[in-house]
Design a protein around this ligand. Structure first.
Ligand code: SAM
Length: 246
């Protein structure tokens, strides 16, 4: 998968050299290209912002550098990327969206700063490439860079070959299938007793059916405790008799 990222702070993306994503880049599973938006400015101060029409505080990112950047990185042709624009006014980023984006061949992320990017940039880009405006949650960051790091990690780990054990994705919180709309329950490793706290006995039993049932019960309990609104989204077809008792 190819990922292009446009930002006025290219140095923000140094973490993409480490851990899973760094390895995926080195093995060729991910081709990440980070671009400095200021390369498409033409004045001495490399200006990317201006005052907002209509007045008000803050600055808005000018459309010209963005237009030129998108033209150069994604020229008209057969292959176009999906443009992903992080913004608090976008659709919420979810595991399902991460999976949809992981199926794309090419993503182009546009990191806003200040009060955001002049709205004509997205409107114009949408005439020649698919566009997703995406929110990380109901809060406001200072810029899109952190949002893009988060999305890159969530998307990248779903690309086949990036995770050592692909099965672990299926057991994750929110994973499509049995875990959809559920939070994963508690996990344990050795030693069996630590500071007088024992691992739940069932996990040492070797009884795979009983362990799966216990894990599902714990997932249901934790979801009820931390995110009760998710329970209403569970597919009734997927609930068994035992689920209803929990
Ligand atoms: N004035 C904007 C608003 O109220 O919607 C907020 C702009 S914010 C200070 C600057 C940039 O940070 C945005 O253009 C976007 O790229 C990023 N950003 C802030 N919060 C975000 C969120 N919750 N999800 C995704 N991106 C966010």
């Amino acid at each position: 998968m190819r990922l292009d990222i446009i930002s006025i702070f290219p140095e923000y993306f140094a973490p993409l050299d480490v851990s899973l994503i760094g390895k995926a880049r080195r093995t060729g599973l991910l081709d990440v290209r980070v671009h400095d938006l200021r390369s498409w400015t033409h004045d001495r101060h490399r200006t990317v912002d201006d005052t907002p029409y209509g007045g008000g505080p803050g600055m808005v990112m000018k459309p010209e550098p963005w237009g030129e950047a998108l033209d150069e990185i994604a020229p008209a042709g057969d292959a176009v990327p999906r443009l992903v624009v992080p913004t608090p006014s976008g659709r919420p980023f979810t595991q399902a969206m991460a999976a949809e984006l992981a199926a794309e061949d090419w993503l182009l992320f546009a990191c806003g700063r200040y009060e955001g990017i002049d709205s004509r940039v997205v409107a114009e880009a949408a005439t020649r490439m698919p566009v997703s405006e995406v929110s990380l949650g109901d809060f406001v960051l200072a810029g899109g860079e952190v949002a893009v790091l988060v999305m890159t990690e969530a998307i990248g780990r779903l690309i086949p070959g990036v995770l050592g054990n692909a099965e672990s994705v299926a057991d994750d919180s929110f994973a499509p299938g049995a875990m959809e709309s559920l939070l994963e329950g508690p996990v344990f490793t050795k030693p069996p007793v630590w500071r007088e706290r024992a691992v739940p006995e069932i996990l040492l039993s070797g009884n795979h059916g009983a362990i799966a049932r216990w894990r599902r019960d714990e997932a249901l309990r934790r979801t009820a405790a931390h995110r009760p609104e998710l329970l209403g989204r569970l597919d009734p077809e997927r609930l068994d008799k035992h689920d209803r008792k929990v």
